[in-house]
Design a protein around this ligand. Sequence first.
Ligand SMILES: C[S@@+](CC[C@H](N)C(=O)[O-])C[C@H]1O[C@@H](n2cnc3c(N)ncnc32)[C@H](O)[C@@H]1O
Length: 293
Amino acid sequence: MEYVHYSVMADEVLHYLTPSPEGEATLVDCTCGEGGHTHRFLSSYPNLSVIGLDRDASILAKATVRMEPFGPRFKPVHIAFDVFFKGAEAEQYDLILFDLGISSYHYEESGRGFSFRKGETLDMRLDTDEPISAIDVVNGYPEERLADVIYRYGEERYSRRIARAIVSERRLSKIQESERLAQIIYKAVPPAYRHGHLHPATRTFQAIRIEVNGELDRIEVALSGALRALKRGGRIGVISFHSLEDRIVKWFFKGLAPEQVKILTKKPAVPTEEERNENPPSRSAKLRVIEKL
Ligand SMILES: C[S@@+](CC[C@H](N)C(=O)[O-])C[C@H]1O[C@@H](n2cnc3c(N)ncnc32)[C@H](O)[C@@H]1O
C-alpha cells in the first residue's frame, strides 16, 4: 500500500512527546490519518501503545494495515476526537497528539472533491455518514451566509464577489463538481488576483471544508476533554496549519497556565528550513505543547 502524506514536524513531535522509559505508556493520536506519526512513535518507543482516532474510516483502514506489525500496541477507533474525549475517563493517558486539518490522502486519493485541481464530486466530508456535504453548502446556503463562511473560514477578501458568482451560477444548474466550482471562483475574482502565489480557489475550498466538517468548533471541546483525560505530568501537542486553528489552541493553553499547565513552547515550534523545502505545505505549521501539572 502507498502512503501519500508527509508527517509534519515528526522529529519535534517525538522530542516533546517522549514517554518515560519505565513502565508502559499510552499515546492518543487524535488525528491518526495514514498513521505517519503513529508509526514513528511505535517504532521509536517499544513501551508505548497508541490509540489512533480518525473521523474518516477509509484513511484509518490504511493506518490499520500499516500498523499490523505492531500487533495489539495499536488500536484504531473511528470517531471524532471531541466525541472520543466526552466518553473518556479522567487521567488515563500519558501523551496526546493533534495534527489538525486534513491529509494529503484527502486531496490526492479520497475522490471527495477536496482539491480544486480535480474533477470530483463536491463532497468534502471527512465522515461520509454525516448528513451535510459541500454540495449542500454550495447550493443551499443563502448568499450572505455563504459569503460569511468564505470570509470567516477562508479569510478571503473577495468572499462577497465569490458568493454572488456561486449563487448566480447555481441558478443555471446545480454545482456538483470541484473543477466547476474552481472555475466559477477563478472568473469571479479580479484578474490580478488570479495570478498570485495561491490559486484563487484555495481559500474558498478551505472555508467550505471547515464548514462542512465543523472543524473549528470541535477543537476547544476536544482540548478540554483531552486535558481531563491526560495524566498529571502528561503532555498534549497540537500542530495547526492556519491562524484560525492556532489562535484557538494558543488562547486555550494560555487560559490554563500557570495553574493547570506548563507551556513548553513559549513560541510555537516551526518546521526546519530543510523540512519546509522538502514539504512546502509544512510552511504554515506550528506546534504547541503543554504539560499538565
Ligand atoms: C493532518 S492529517 C494527520 C496526519 C497524520 N498525523 C500522519 O502523520 O499521517 C489529519 C487527520 O485528522 C482527521 N481529522 C480531522 N478532524 C478530525 C476530528 N474532529 N476527529 C478525528 N479525526 C479528525 C482527518 O481525517 C485526517 O486524517
